[in-house]
Design a protein around this ligand. Structure first.
Ligand SMILES: C[S@@+](CC[C@H](N)C(=O)[O-])C[C@H]1O[C@@H](n2cnc3c(N)ncnc32)[C@H](O)[C@@H]1O
Length: 233
């Protein structure tokens, strides 16, 4: 994943635009501190709590913050997910650049505590469907989704707020994002095209397999292709 320059910064800027301005932010998995530094430098957030889990990334984070001019506004903490935070200590919580399964684990460790934060900005690198499913099952609303594109990669950014009414998403909505699917514009269009290509390639390869599991998957991919047609202008 590129970190600085090009899409690395574009991705982080897109994330920064989705936090609530003027309110404290927690960045879980803050690593290089680029987002924390950007949020303070641009005066988007008055304070960022930057969290890292492993010793190596934590030391990198600490050094990056200490050598920046913003050490007074960025609080660096070591720990797992939301654990280093007091309930409600930040308004927006960002998790970016990690797998969707890791995000589900972080949230699932303590959904009650997670619900004490007003807004989550989530940018999964993999398994976004698992993340959307967990959010829907908890009744958390997806209030915004955006896409950032780098070459053939699309980064989905999901904004979710705690809620209590579970709801269903279709398999395509879980994969692609219910808001992204309905978005107009060139990037959203290219994203749907990318998805259709992906499902068509899966379809061809599943047709060659004779197992019962492959038949189940084939049906799922066919359903997704059909549903995708609905959003195809
Ligand atoms: C690939 S980096 C992404 C860095 C940055 N957020 C970005 O988007 O560019 C993911 C970081 O998440 C951290 N991480 C993974 N699981 C975590 C957890 N449960 N709690 C805190 N940090 C975690 C890793 O140590 C790693 O530094």
């Amino acid at each position: 994943m590129p970190l600085a320059g090009g899409i690395g910064l574009e991705r982080l800027k897109a994330i920064a635009q989705l936090v609530k301005p003027g309110q404290p932010v927690a960045d879980i998995g803050a690593d290089h501190a680029l987002l924390a530094i950007y949020l303070i430098n641009k005066k988007i957030a008055p304070r960022v709590i930057a969290i890292e889990l492993g010793e190596g990334p934590y030391q990198r984070l600490r050094k990056a913050v200490e050598s920046s001019p913003y050490a007074d506004s960025i609080l660096v903490r070591k720990g797992d997910g939301l654990q280093p935070l007091e309930p409600g200590e930040a308004y927006s919580v960002v998790m970016a650049g990690m797998g969707g399964d890791t995000m589900v684990q972080v949230l699932g460790n303590d959904w009650d505590k997670a619900s004490s934060f007003a807004r989550f900005v989530l940018q999964p690198m993999s398994r976004p469907a698992a993340l959307r499913l967990a959010l829907a099952q908890q009744g958390w609303q997806l209030v915004n989704e955006t896409l950032v594109r780098q070459n053939r990669y699309f980064y989905s950014i999901i904004v979710a707020v705690p809620g209590t009414h579970p709801y269903n998403l279709s398999p395509l909505e879980l994969d692609a994002g219910p808001i992204l699917l309905r978005q107009t514009g060139a990037v959203a269009q290219a994203y749907r095209e990318h998805l259709r290509g992906k499902y068509q390639r899966m379809h061809s390869s599943l047709l060659r397999s004779k197992t019962s599991h492959a038949r189940l998957l084939l049906k799922e991919v066919e359903d997704k292709l059909k549903e995708l047609e609905v959003y195809w202008p």
